[in-house]
Structures are given as C-alpha cells and as structure tokens.
Design a binder for this molecule. Structure first.
Ligand code: MN
Length: 293
C-alpha cells in the first residue's frame, strides 16, 4: 500500500497501561512493528515517566510522538475556584515541559477541564479562566515550537467543548495561532449531527484526529460513518496526524481507564487490533483520496 500523506498514529493504551521504562519500550517497539508513524502518549501518569529514556527509544525507532492529557476536578482550569485553576495551570505548564523534552510538537486532549462528568454547566467565570490560562500556555508553547490541541469531548467527559462550534469559539477567544482543533469520531458520534459538517467547519484549523469506533473497540465493528468522515478530511486537504484510539479492560491504566469509563473487554490482542486499525485507516484514506479525483 502506498504511503499516506497523514502520519498514522496509535494511542499507547492499545499496548500498555503504564509508563514504566519497560512499558514505554514495549509500546514504542509494537508501534513501530505494526507500521505506525506516531505514538500518542498520555501524560496522566507523567510523574512515573522517564522522559529521557522515552525520548531515546522514540528517536531510535524513528517514531513521532504526540502527547495528550486531561485535567482532574481538583486541578481544573475551568473551575471558579482560583486555587483549583492554579493547580491545573501548573500541571499544564509541567506537561508542556515534558512535551518539549520528549521532542514532541503536540500537546492535545481535554486541556481545558477535568475529564469526567460535570454536575453543572460551565460558568462564565470558569470559561474566562480557561481562555486566560490557555492563552498564556499557548504563548509559552509557541516559543518551544509546540502547538496545543482542543480535543472536543462528549458531555459525559467535559462541559467546556462538546461540539466543533464550541471549540472554534473557544479557539477564537484564546486567539493564538498555535491552538488547533482536535476531532475524535467517538465523541463526534455522540454530539454532532453528522461526521462531515464539523470537519468542513473546522477546515484548516484541524490539527489532530482521533479515530475511534462508537464503542471504542475494533474499527468497522461499530456504527460510525467512516467513509463520510474520511471524505470530508480529503475535501479539506487535511494532512495532519490520524491516531487510532481504543480501550479495553484487557489493558488498564488505574487512572485513565476509570476516567474514560472503560468497563468492558472490547479486545484481548492489541497487536491484531492495531494492525487491523492501520489497514482500516489506510484503506479509507485511499478510497477518500480516489473519490476526490
Ligand atoms: Mn480522543
């Protein structure tokens, strides 16, 4: 199969639940062996991440790396409580430092809030805090050549941005060129009217894509309209990373799996899953490119 324009990535939780040196080496090796261009590392467990060892393993394997994370309810920049906001801001700045030391150019995810079910709406004060903190983070990131992604998540995982429209408004208010939109088909399937118009609306502000099924298991074994989504990517000329994200109780991170409500065993064999996903993504990219001719 011909090489795609887009770097194709895989989330580390397809391989390993933790970030010990052995786990990172294993994730890097399997990502490379399965033919991916990029490994996405979640920074939720970054206290245990040996950054220098991870960077060396990534360089040796010639793999790109993207970093992602969400915040927590006690360290949440969308809070009205300034001490909670300050804890979230500190985590984001520490994360940016790790991103830079890993040699990554991308920090994305739910950078704007906790990853979890909110019991009330976002307040105007809370939204103002998000804008202020992310503007400052973006300015610092810019000096390091790093871009920040706003991953649009469903209503059960944030109350800040649930749709592409929400995220475009937030990015406008932040007003920094190195803030991009990150679409995830799993979340779009819950919140958007379809999987095409949001891509057209975001257009060249799209900087990162997560491909996930509606149940977050094997691609093609669910109900998501992937041909429409990939055709929209082709129409807008998107050439950025496309990362496969899937979760199963077969690979557990004590914190992240619970935040993401991973209660089911969707698969046992990460290698089979990932290779099927890469083929699925490449096939859909090729078909979409062909349909544009
Ligand atoms: Mn995602």
């Amino acid at each position: 199969m011909t090489k795609t324009l887009n770097p194709i990535g895989v989330h580390a939780l397809v391989w390993v639940g933790n970030t010990s040196p052995d786990d990172i080496r294993s994730a890097v090796r399997q990502t490379k062996e399965s033919g991916f261009d990029l490994l996405e590392l979640s920074l939720h467990d970054s206290d245990n991440l040996d950054v220098e060892a991870a960077r060396a393993a990534l360089v040796e394997a010639d793999l790109a790396v993207a970093c992602s994370r969400g915040l927590a309810f006690d360290a949440d920049i969308s809070s009205d409580d300034s001490s909670v906001v300050a804890r979230g801001e500190q985590i984001l700045h520490d994360s940016l430092d790790i991103v830079d030391r890993l040699g990554s150019k991308i920090l994305t995810g739910a950078l704007y809030s906790a990853l979890g079910k909110y019991n009330q709406r976002l307040t105007p004060t809370g939204r103002g805090n998000v804008v202020t903190v992310l503007r400052s983070l973006a300015k610092e990131a810019s000096g390091r050549g790093v871009s920040l992604g706003l991953e649009i998540c469903n209503r059960y995982e944030t109350n800040v941005v649930n749709t592409a429209r929400d995220a475009l408004r937030l990015a406008d208010d932040i007003g920094e060129d190195n803030v991009f939109i990150h679409l995830d088909t799993y979340h779009m399937n819950i919140e958007e009217a379809d999987l095409i118009q949001p891509v057209l609306d975001v257009r060249d502000r799209l900087g990162y894509v997560h491909i996930g099924e509606n149940h977050r298991g094997y691609l093609g074994a669910g109900s998501i309209n992937f041909p429409g989504f990939f055709q929209a990517l082709a129409r807008t000329g998107y050439t950025g990373p496309i990362t496969f994200e899937s979760f199963s109780s077969a690979v557990v991170s004590e914190t992240l799996s619970n935040d993401l409500a991973v209660w089911r065993n969707m698969w046992d064999n990460g290698e089979d899953l990932a290779q099927a996903a890469r083929t699925f993504i490449e096939t859909h990219l090729a078909a979409a490119a062909h349909s544009q001719r």
